[in-house]
Design a protein around this ligand. Structure first.
Ligand SMILES: [Zn+2]
Length: 217
């Protein structure tokens, strides 16, 4: 696949994620591996309306410079490619996954429906390294989690998924969000059924501080 094909694929997947509500106006980023380089979205780009000019090429070697226009998560994408066999990476802000991670004091999410179990198995949760900021995450824990799983939720921020194609990474992100939505529905039902007069959750969220999403990627 040449660079033009990669751009078309990135544009199509950006639209798909945006139409499903997995991105806000300027959140998220996408990349595709191309030999010793990868193609990544521009910082602040609206993934629902990408064009040919919204992509930057970055070398995989750590000593190579990263263009200032590239996504702020570019160092993390580079670390993930260097730690795994991934050929594509999706970063999104899936609302139900963020909410479920916030409610959970555990370090993983277990899907409870067949497709989620088959496609994701166990989803690790790591804490954001930049609470309340729009800067990129520290790569360590996220890249390490993706050596064990095809998706990871970053508590207080969003999620990253990998695949051997951009379509596959996109599918894993959608499956992650669907799985977390189902888990939340069941969790909410079981809590209200057990204690119908109690409308608030019994366990305090692990982190309660606000997080800004506007302008982040
Ligand atoms: Zn983000």
């Amino acid at each position: 696949m040449n660079n033009d094909d990669h751009r078309l694929e990135l544009i199509a997947v950006g639209k798909e994620l945006f139409s499903r509500g997995l991105q806000t106006t300027r959140s998220g980023n996408l990349s595709v591996r191309d030999g010793e380089r990868f193609l990544i979205t521009q910082t602040g780009a609206n993934l629902g309306y990408l064009s040919d000019s919204n992509f930057l090429t970055v070398g995989l070697a750590d000593h190579l410079p990263i263009p200032a226009e590239a996504s702020c998560e570019t160092p993390l994408h580079r670390a993930i490619y260097n730690a795994t066999d991934a050929l594509a990476i999706v970063h999104a802000h899936p609302i139900h996954a963020i909410a479920l991670a916030q409610l959970s004091s555990d370090d993983r999410i277990l899907p409870i429906h067949n497709e989620g179990l088959a496609g994701l198995k166990c989803i690790p949760i790591v804490d954001t390294t930049v609470p309340g900021k729009d800067t990129g995450e520290e790569p360590g824990a996220i890249a390490a989690a993706l050596t064990q799983s095809c998706a990871v939720v970053v508590r207080g921020h969003g999620a990253f998924s990998i695949g051997n194609s951009l379509d596959q990474a996109c599918y894993k992100m959608m499956l992650l969000e669907d799985s977390c939505r189902i888990n939340l529905l069941v969790l909410n039902h079981s809590r209200t059924a057990a204690a119908p007069k109690v409308l608030t959750v019994s366990k305090s969220p692990r982190r309660t501080g606000p997080r800004r999403f506007a302008g982040s990627d």
